[in-house]
Design a protein around this ligand. Structure first.
Ligand code: ADP
Length: 349
């Protein structure tokens, strides 16, 4: 599915990895969740046991994988990375669980997309560190119990509502990550700019933060595009001076660099990308403000319903452009204003 916050390719993934905060102290924002995690980790350390299972929910790019890595790092345990779509059968999960070393942290991304049969195996594994392996078929089938090494499961999901209750209930700690505030994103950008060796003064930082959809991954990506822009266009500027050159060799980024770079990538003044605008446009123009059902909307913009629901809508709802009603999605006056479409009954200007 389309995910505007997803890293584009291998090299982008590598840079993203390099920009990941390595400890809770370096992790920007999410103050409440950080405090809760710290307590959980401290208690486990004092009692010398693996931390409780942790469920992290929230839109892509807000730091779920990063937090899983931090949990492993801060508790001094190895980390295993997997994902729901990679676990198609109970056997896949059995192989994974039985190969864990004692105390290992197991991260399962998109845990809501795991096979049903695996989910049931996971209940028992999380609770008793034990699984039952089915051998044979039909009347002759028997189950062989297998003890597992104790582990900490960190599950991530864009929508915790999609998880069956018995699974959700087995996490000792559940946290929902919220979109970041502009000042928090500015701190993410300042940190990353420093690591990338590009100089981004506060005004440019503020401009990138405002266009980052509340998402650190997007902030980092936009920053890299601004860096590219400065590297390519840097020398043409008359404001270039040796005193403002960053370590990457370019001059300091200006607000107009940010505008030029981000316009090139179809990121609008408030950070909406092409799919965000397509969804808004469909509700406003095609369905005259709604209400319109999710599946109709998905077909209209040619995107999967799950992507619209877990990636596009949460941000549009959060900034007050879209409302959810029992009869479907509706556009707010703010959405009309942003698209410069007169509202029904409003005289065209
Ligand atoms: P998710 O797993 O929720 O999709 P990630 O943990 O992969 O998100 O985060 C995406 C990128 O955003 C990471 O490379 C990291 O550099 C950055 N990031 C996320 N959260 C933070 C944060 N709180 N502070 C600094 N950087 C962050």
């Amino acid at each position: 599915p389309h995910d505007p916050a997803a890293p584009e390719d291998e090299s982008e993934l590598a840079v993203e990895g390099a920009l990941r905060p390595g400890s809770l102290a370096e992790f920007v924002g999410q103050q409440k969740v950080r405090g809760q995690l710290q307590l959980l980790l401290d208690a486990a350390r004092i009692q010398q046991r693996p931390p409780d299972h942790i469920l992290l929910s929230g839109p892509p790019g807000l730091g779920k994988t990063t937090l899983a890595m931090i949990v492993a790092y801060e508790s001094g345990r190895p980390l295993r990375l997997s994902s729901g779509p990679a676990i198609q059968h109970a056997g896949d999960l059995a192989a994974l669980l039985s190969s864990l070393v004692p105390g290992e942290v197991l991260f399962i991304d998109e845990i809501h997309r795991m096979a049903r049969s695996a989910e049931e195996m996971l209940y028992l594994a999380m609770e008793d560190f034990r699984i039952d392996i089915m051998v044979g078929k039909g009347a002759g089938a028997t189950s062989i119990p297998l003890d597992l090494a104790p582990f900490t499961l960190v599950g991530a999901t864009t929508r915790s509502g999609l998880l069956p209750n018995p699974l959700r209930d087995r996490f000792g700690f559940t946290a929902h990550l919220e979109y970041y505030e502009p000042d928090e994103l500015e701190r993410v950008i300042a940190r990353s700019a420093n690591m990338l060796g590009v100089e981004v003064p506060p005004a440019a930082r503020d401009e990138i933060a405002r266009r980052s959809r509340g998402t650190p991954r997007i902030a980092n990506r936009l920053l890299r595009r601004v860096r590219d822009y400065v590297i390519v266009h840097g020398d043409q500027s008359t404001t270039s001076s040796t005193s403002t050159r960053g370590a990457a060799g370019g001059r300091a980024a200006t607000e107009s660099d940010v505008h030029a770079a981000l316009d090139l990538y179809d990121v609008d003044a408030i950070g909406l990308d092409r799919l965000d605008r397509a969804v808004l446009d469909a509700v406003v123009r095609r369905f005259r403000g709604g209400p319109v059902g999710l599946s109709t909307l998905a077909v209209t913009v040619g995107e999967e319903a799950e992507t619209i629901e877990s990636v596009v809508e949460p941000y549009l709802v959060r900034i007050g452009f879209l409302g959810r009603t029992p009869r479907g999605r509706i556009a707010t006056p703010e959405a009309y204003a942003h698209l410069r479409v007169p509202q029904p009954g409003e005289a065209a200007i």
